[in-house]
Design a protein around this ligand. Structure first.
Ligand code: BV8
Length: 229
């Protein structure tokens, strides 16, 4: 089978990476519009750089959980063609062993130069305005897709959805578009659709099937059935 898996913050929650829409509505003490929009960056670049520097540094303290590992196992097992489209900016899918991973909202471990448009692997801070490895300019920003900016590789994602036999959504609230619309596209293209999430979401009724529980439990169980089947 051709499987497209969409993941969100919920798949990384059990690894200790905070989700976005926790009860307090704030995101690690910040309003989303202050730290995840180009306007917020324009208004206060230091606060935004510090917000992403902290999250980038936090990556070295977290590890993939059984959900990430199960998806990597499904890909490695070879019977299915698995594409992971993630809204997450962490590197936990890659560290778990997944190879075909598409970061539609960018990556913490990448920096984007506004002077030369180059993108560079980056695991340190950006607050101190380091020189771009490509052009030497000091205009590096986080390589993150903020609200109002165009997500990466939407054409490739749509092509994969057109070919998919199965679309699985894991650990996302379905609050952010265009990712939240993928289930509708998948259904229209004739794929079966499955939601694996801690609890029902606004989009649960759009799925052919939904299983609720922690990703670290529900995803390995689902992969186990697929591999056994
Ligand atoms: C764009 C990077 C133009 C930052 C992020 C209609 C069409 C197109 C756009 C829009 C539209 N309507 C509105 C818009 C504009 C906007 C939008 O969607 N706004 C929302 C608020 C209404 N979208 C945009 O601006 C996008 N760009 O529109 O470009 C365009 C126009 C047309 C067509 C194409 C393009 C850009 C959006 C990207 C913004 N950047 N992230 C960063 O990460 O620092 S979004 C941010 O939210 C994260 O990427 C995150 O992944 C994403 C979604 O959140 P979730 O991952 O779902 O996380 P959340 O906390 O919400 O939910 C966690 C879930 O996990 C919950 O369901 C919970 O139950 C579950 N869970 C918790 N624990 C567990 C668990 N599940 C399992 N196990 C557990 N243990």
């Amino acid at each position: 089978m051709k499987i497209v898996v969409l993941t969100g913050a919920g798949i990384s929650a059990e690894s200790g990476v905070p989700t976005f829409r926790a009860a307090d509505g704030l995101w690690e003490g910040h309003r989303v519009e202050d730290v995840a929009t180009p306007e917020g960056f324009e208004r206060d670049p230091e606060t935004v750089q510090r917000f992403y520097d902290d999250r980038r540094a936090h990556l070295s303290t977290v590890a993939p959980n059984p959900a990430h590992v199960a998806l990597a196992r499904l890909e490695a097992q070879g019977d299915h063609d698995v594409l992971v489209v993630t809204q997450n900016v962490d590197d936990l899918h890659e560290r778990a062993g997944s190879h075909d991973v598409l970061h539609m909202h960018g990556e913490l471990l990448s920096a984007w130069c506004l002077a030369c448009d180059g993108r560079f692997r980056w695991d340190g801070p950006l607050l101190d305005r380091p020189a771009c490895p490509g052009c030497g300019d000091q205009g590096l920003r986080p390589d993150i897709v903020w609200f109002g900016e165009y997500p990466y590789e939407l054409d490739r994602i749509d092509e994969a959805l057109q070919r998919a036999d199965l679309f699985v959504s894991i650990g996302t609230s379905g609050a952010v578009y265009p990712a939240a619309g993928f289930v509708r596209s998948a259904h229209a293209y004739g794929a079966r659709t499955l939601e694996l999430n801690l609890e029902p979401t606004n989009g649960t009724d759009l799925f052919d099937e939904a299983r609720h529980g922690p990703a670290g439990t529900v995803v390995p169980a689902w992969v186990g059935e697929l591999v056994a089947g």
